[in-house]
Write a protein that binds this ligand. Sequence first.
Ligand code: NAP
Length: 281
Amino acid sequence: MRVVVTGVNGQLGYDVVKELRKQGDEVIGLTRETLDLTEEDQVTKTIREIKPEAVIHCAAYTAVDLAEEEKDKALNVNTLATSYLAKVCAEIQAKMIYISTDYVFPGEGDKPYEVKDKVDPINWYGQTKYEGEQAVLRELNHYFIVRVTWVFGKNGNNFVKTMLRLSQERESLSVVADQIGSPTYTVDLAKCLAEIVKTDKYGIYHVTNEGFCSWYDFAMEIFRMSGRNVVVHPLTSEQFPSKAKRPKNCRLSKQKLTEEGFERLPSWQDALARYLEELKQ
Ligand SMILES: NC(=O)c1ccc[n+]([C@@H]2O[C@H](COP(=O)([O-])OP(=O)(O)OC[C@H]3O[C@@H](n4cnc5c(N)ncnc54)[C@H](OP(=O)(O)O)[C@@H]3O)[C@@H](O)[C@H]2O)c1
């Protein structure tokens, strides 16, 4: 399959390219340097020329706190650039996968969100990603919207890398213990996306590694698996204020994946163990 992947210098895009190439697909990876996705004319021209069968759109403005200040920047990338891609995909009849987020939900209660649950973005980043979803729904019939959470991969910064770094600098740390979600490994996510894109089972999906934990539990497991001796104190969200509001409930239900016959991802602990091995290489 001939596939364009955006954001290949980021965590997810990097592993999506790797996985598709492993499967023998023809992949054209786009970076900000090769194509600024906020330039509509350039986006249209480039995608028309490449004429892919599918576009996997991993690029995004992902600085969640900064987005509260740089509102237009976040909107330009997450909403407008997504709409440019969706429009040209419709024109050339390419499928599109748009990667979205649990931040489109308000993050309340303790039930995992189903794909059809009411959306009410918790912060500006979530709002811009939600409007990106709306653009995809408006422009395309052949779309997949894939909401993900708590992503970690080799090619970029993430919670695991931050914890490993801090464990070298400090003897004790405080980590939020009342926000619950699913850490998700880009390698596992990429495999699932590579499978989904080859089908015509269009629609909205939630894809994460299996199991739920708090950031505190996640940190404890990172230190246990990597043999780091750090004391970790649990914090409440109120004790750890941030510019952008964070959801306490980031649980996503993967029911739709099962219903459509896709394999669920391994547990987050299994993913973390493989990731720590990958980081050693
Ligand atoms: N990370 C998470 O925990 C998380 C959680 C939920 C959902 N998601 C979603 O998952 C997807 C992948 O996230 P990620 O962690 O892999 O993101 P990432 O590492 O921040 O990578 C995003 C990439 O997008 C590129 N980009 C930004 N603006 C661009 C523009 N105007 N033109 C072209 N490229 C542009 C960036 O390029 P530069 O390197 O040049 O800046 C970067 O390489 C995103 O859609 C994100 O919203 C992530």
